[in-house]
Design a protein. Sequence first.
Length: 402
Amino acid sequence: MTERSRSLLPRNDRNLAGLLKGMSGSRALGLTLAFAVVMAGVFLAVSSVAHIGGPAAASAATSAPAQAQERNGSMTPRYSRSGYDITPLSSAQVAALAAKLDPEAYRITQKAGTEPAFCGNLLDNHKDGTYVCVVCGLPLFSSKNKFNSGTGWPSFYQPFDPDHIVKKVDTSLSMVRTEILCARCGSHLGHVFEDGPPPTGERYCLNSAALRFYENGAALPPESQPASVQAKTAKAQGNSATTEVAYFAGGCFWGVEHYFHRGPGVIDAISGYMQGHVDHPTYKQVCSNTTGHAETVKVVFDPRKITYRRLLEAFFVMHDPTQLNRQGPDFGSQYRSGIWYVNDEQKREAEAYVAELQASGRYAGRKIVTQVEPAKMFWPAEEYHQEYIARNGAACHVQDPW
């Protein structure tokens, strides 16, 4: 053994190396084998425990309430790429919600506990639907991504939305793993491992007691619905609507997203794909012109600060609506001009504004080819597309509408 290789050993192993150096060959070999057997036994024991969804007990640093950031009046609301409010709840809010849990759910979510293998009530659930956080109701996983891992705990190969999950290094049980927590309330859910099936290669190993299941078609509580639906419900009930969502396609989404981000009253702008027929499309697939998607920007806004009409005005400044299946140097149906409405009010406003622009003579007789269609599923684009211009300083032909 060289001095460098010996220096790389843990402290206890370096002591062993010095001891072996002074022994005869046969005695050194015997001691080495004995040490190897002991260490293998320890490794197997720890590994068998680590295979489960969570540690029996967690340190204070990984307890669920400690993960929840304090919400105060100055905190800017946070929204996920799929449009859910993921603003962290305060410790007091989490404590109030957790007080309603049964003892087992409390132990698991608030004390980082683990239910016994093959005992969870959702392990063999094969119904179609959504799995939400048992504490705060945030959607976490979909039945579409569930698979039988054979481990004894509900397993999924990807979350409902990556923004709904927080990953944290877990060093309990004398090893390094990745713990997963609810992004909104910080509750412990389980762990994620890199031994799952395609396309992600990940296995999200969950405790049933940390989840609540809603079958497709069942009414979801307000806390499990997108922010836009919550706002619409609040408005219908006579409460002030806090957020709404709009979708615009105007060529390459980089520039459109960049300038919508800067709109007064705009809470978030997210690049993605809409109006296609393939689930979870990739940028490469969309560029192949075979999925039917259009590069789209999802705009989350506060209607008390900016109107849908003002967003429409900005959108038509940012792009040329008379170009069919292209925008500037970009060609293809994925670059088509479109407005994807979420309700009848948006449809009426969009169609009326398009007609107004067409009659105004602003485009010198050229026909506006902007499509106005009901919104289909929005699929967030890859992370490197988000705020691309702001992060990379790229030039863009899109005009600042503000």
